[in-house]
Design a protein. Structure first.
Length: 366
């Protein structure tokens, strides 16, 4: 039998070398968070775990273990028949469960007896999670962030994407969070990940970045939708030097109407999102915006949202939280069209390449 146990640190270092990463936990555990690239082969699914747990408490642990063994054996047999029947002897999977116990142990035992080159993650997902949190404490401080600041509608996210297309290193936190970072931010048909999954994806992105090259990131608040940014990442970004993206108000309105086309097409959804501003802006103002939106006057509503709500809040937040905001170099955009963004991204990259890195970007005191 070929069966080896591997620590979380070694497993992370070798993730790309395994032919498969197999999560033996239930489907809900897998959905909440998982190792990068993991596929789900539940040894016991959610319903079975609940059934066995009830029997464990109400009948006896011995009877529950017998019933669990029957279910696990059937599930393992099905996984092998479905996924592993045609695999070669040289196949090299990493198997894990919650804490490296019975579920990964039973699956890896059978796979090892077949002759596959099986590695079992010591401590399971729990140890992987601890390793991720530990690395999130140190990774951000190693990177040279360049923060794109700018009022709502100034195409910062699209500029970040244009920078990536030009070959720049970017950390697109809103893309990872599946949220645009405001009351109007939820992405249609794209639910946000869990907090754990978000942190795992941020960790994965950070460890892929080259510390010798600048990393462009958008200035964010501490939360994107319902997700919290890691504290060390916030500290590093807020102490980095900034670029202030500016665009005329009329161009910002048109950009938002285009970029949030789903609200233009679904006015009621837009009005529902506006309701979240009642406490801040007052019922009368919000109801007026809703009535005008339903009447097709979206451009006027968006302009007032910017001038009365988003702009004042944004300026106060940036000046208070971003150390180098007052010294930010201005990046002027006439519009948010793709040609303008591509040309601006290329120009920014050329400027960054000729500018020495700013000292204490991530380590400066508040």
């Amino acid at each position: 039998m070929s069966l080896r146990r591997i620590s979380a640190a070694d497993a992370i270092a070798q993730l790309g070398q395994f032919d498969a990463v197999i999560d033996a936990r239930s489907e809900s555990e897998h959905a909440e968070d998982r190792l990068p690239g993991a596929v789900n082969w539940p040894v016991l699914n959610d319903a079975q775990r609940a059934d066995i747990g009830t029997q464990y408490k109400q009948v006896s642990p011995f009877d529950a273990r017998k019933r669990g063994a029957v279910m696990a054996a059937r599930n393992i047999a099905q996984h092998i028949e479905t996924h592993a029947a045609e695999l070669p002897r040289s196949w090299r999977p990493l198997v894990y469960c919650w804490r490296g116990g019975q579920r990964s142990g039973s699956l890896s035992l059978v796979l090892g007896e077949i002759g596959f080159q099986v590695h079992v993650l010591e401590g399971g997902y729990r140890e992987f999670r601890r390793a991720v949190l530990a690395e999130l404490e140190v990774l951000p401080a190693r990177l040279q962030f360049v923060v794109l600041c700018g009022r709502t509608g100034s195409a910062k996210s699209r500029l970040l994407q244009a920078l990536a297309a030009e070959g720049a290193q970017v950390l697109d936190l809103e893309a990872i969070a599946c949220h645009r970072g405001s009351v109007l931010g939820p992405e249609p048909g794209r639910p946000q990940p869990s907090q754990k999954a978000f942190e795992t994806q941020v960790w994965q992105a950070l460890r892929s970045l080259d510390p010798a090259r600048p990393v462009f990131v958008e200035g964010e608040s501490r939360t994107i939708g319902r997700l919290r940014l890691p504290e060390t990442l916030m500290d590093a970004v807020r102490n980095a030097h900034c670029l202030q993206v500016q665009m005329p108000l009329a161009a910002r309105v048109q950009f938002l109407l285009h970029d949030y086309a789903h609200f233009v097409q679904d006015t009621e959804s837009f009005c529902q999102r506006l309701a979240a501003l009642r406490e801040l802006r007052g019922a009368a103002v919000v109801e007026d915006w809703q009535a005008r939106a339903r009447a097709g006057q979206l451009a006027g509503v968006v302009e007032e949202l910017l001038t009365l709500h988003y702009d004042p809040v944004y300026e106060k937040s940036m000046a208070r939280n971003f150390r180098h905001y007052a010294q930010a170099r201005v990046v002027a955009l006439d519009s948010g069209d793709s040609e303008t963004l591509q040309a601006t991204a290329a120009h920014l990259l050329a400027q960054e390449a000729s500018t020495p890195p700013m000292p204490e970007t991530a380590h400066a005191p508040p």
